[in-house]
Design a protein around this ligand. Sequence first.
Ligand SMILES: Cc1ncc(COP(=O)(O)O)c(C=O)c1O
Length: 340
Amino acid sequence: MNLAKFPRRRYTAGPTPIERMPRFSEALGGPHVYIKRDDLLGLTGGGNKTRKLEFLVADALAQGADTLITCGGIQSNHCRLTLAAAVKEGLKCWLVLSEPSPGAYRPDGNGNIFLYHLLGAERIKIVPDEVDWPTELDAAATEAVAAGHRPYVIPMGGSNAVGALGYVACATEIMGQCFDHGLSMDRIVVAGGSAGTLAGTLLGLEVLHLDVPVTAISVLHPHEQLLADIERISAETAAHLGVDVQVRPDAVTCYDAYIGPGYGQPTQEMIEAVKLLARTEGILLDPTYTGKAMAGLIDLARQGVIRPEENVLFLHTGGEPSLYAATHLFADASAGGRVW
Ligand SMILES: Cc1ncc(COP(=O)(O)O)c(C=O)c1O
């Protein structure tokens, strides 16, 4: 495997740390939980999309593009980070955002919505939830060409063969860090949305012959669909990389029990997970992805599926800005914060 043959921009100075979480692990009564701080990646409030964008934006620049076009929900971390990369590269950025119900997008909204405006998105189009994304993105690209731009379209979540290279690279980073620190992981826990993060990570682990099982906590699709998406994107990424490797279906276990009522809708377990990590380690999760993924880790540990003696690596994929659009969920003063 030769990742160096692909054009890449660098948005983070070095590897993100792997940290022990002793107080969180103790509160759980085991396992030994470590955290890969991809929430500290570069760009504006970094997260997993930063790694994908290093390869996607480099590809866009190599193709002579001057406008990045992408899509997501109204609180999309992917859209924020694509816009941040565009700002950094001097490109324009058009965003197509789907709102869960009419009027849910308010231009004076908080979290990522605030940041789309602060970072100066050229264009924001609001569409209903049930649109066909490829059609919407094609239409935006056609419009951009008609306006004299050279667009580069990034699919939902940056989850294609180019974007997933970012997480193949992350797997090599994790392997090097574990080796350097004498750490042997028994499991990696990751949130799953559009599946590019999982596909890239799993492919990287497979290429490296690193036999660490992955636990995928879906926040969007039923487990069968998440697995199918992982298989499709990892196969496309392997072809793009030129490696004759397949992700084994038994390398990953996908859970959909922590989605709750739906994508982006809060669960009590997510709220507890966000609070527990904040109050034991001072690390923030987000309500849509990492909060639910951590709720899954906590529940699987309580059920004994994750055993107390295991070393578990939680991949923190970022998303902190959306927490500030959900402060009402965490408003109780049950553990301090009283004014005296
Ligand atoms: C914070 C965060 N974590 C996890 C994910 C899921 O990553 P993927 O879409 O690659 O499955 C996303 C996707 O937007 C995200 O913003």
